[in-house]
Design a protein around this ligand. Structure first.
Ligand code: GAR
Length: 201
């Protein structure tokens, strides 16, 4: 294998996907290539970012599959295998994958989470909600984590973390943006290169 073939799973705006596309363009990611983007949301702007970058896209909607988790995951598995994917990156993917899925890809699925795990993580902690909780608690430092995905939500081995300061007057939106800029968009590409390099090693 010369480059690890990467699938990025998304649900929304896709700024983390964009950071990966840009890192690939800049050569920061050179041991892997984004070969597929899968969205569980047909309206995700991330799909447009992928298309603009010439990356094949697929949508797998659980709703359109009658809400059936097994059918949802087996469709994703089919796509991953058809595209010969080596590494799966969850970049703002707002659906929890079951053990039935994760057990097939040990240390082959990465996730970016917008807090310093083990704070503000697990079931129910996603997107803006994470930053609302950090502000409500009154922590002075938060950040982002990239970790391997296993059967425990946000519970897999940590790969990279970066701390971000909370400032007086922060709103969840302001804090989310700072965590993305200072942490997520840096450590996600770095972790993807690190793991891709190990895979092709
Ligand atoms: C990011 O902040 C990501 O860390 C978070 O959702 C946002 C997606 O933004 N993910 C989670 O909360 C997962 N538990 P993006 O679509 O612009 O990358």
């Amino acid at each position: 294998m010369t480059k690890a073939r990467i699938a990025v799973l998304v649900s929304g705006g896709g700024t983390n996907l964009q950071a990966l596309i840009d890192a690939q363009g800049a050569g920061t990611i050179h041991s892997g290539e984004i070969a597929l983007v899968i969205s569980n949301n047909p309206g995700a702007y991330a799909l447009e970012r992928a298309a603009k970058a010439g990356i094949p896209t697929q949508t797998v909607s659980k709703k359109q599959l009658g809400g059936d988790q097994e059918a949802f995951e087996s469709r994703i598995k089919e796509l991953l295998s058809a595209h010969r994917i080596d590494l799966i990156v969850l970049a703002g993917f707002m659906s929890i994958l079951s053990e039935n899925f994760t057990k097939d890809y040990p240390e082959r699925i990465l996730n970016v989470h917008p807090s310093l795990i083990p704070s503000f993580c697990g079931v129910g902690y996603y997107g803006l909600r994470v930053h609302e909780e950090a502000l409500a608690y009154g922590v002075k430092v938060t950040g982002a984590t990239v970790h391997f995905v296993n059967e425990i939500p946000d519970g897999g081995k940590i790969i990279l973390q970066k701390a971000v300061e909370i400032m007086e007057g922060d709103t969840p939106e302001i804090l989310q943006r700072r965590v993305m800029e200072q942490a997520e968009w840096k450590i996600l590409p770095a972790a993807v290169e690190l793991v891709s390099k190990q895979l092709i090693g």
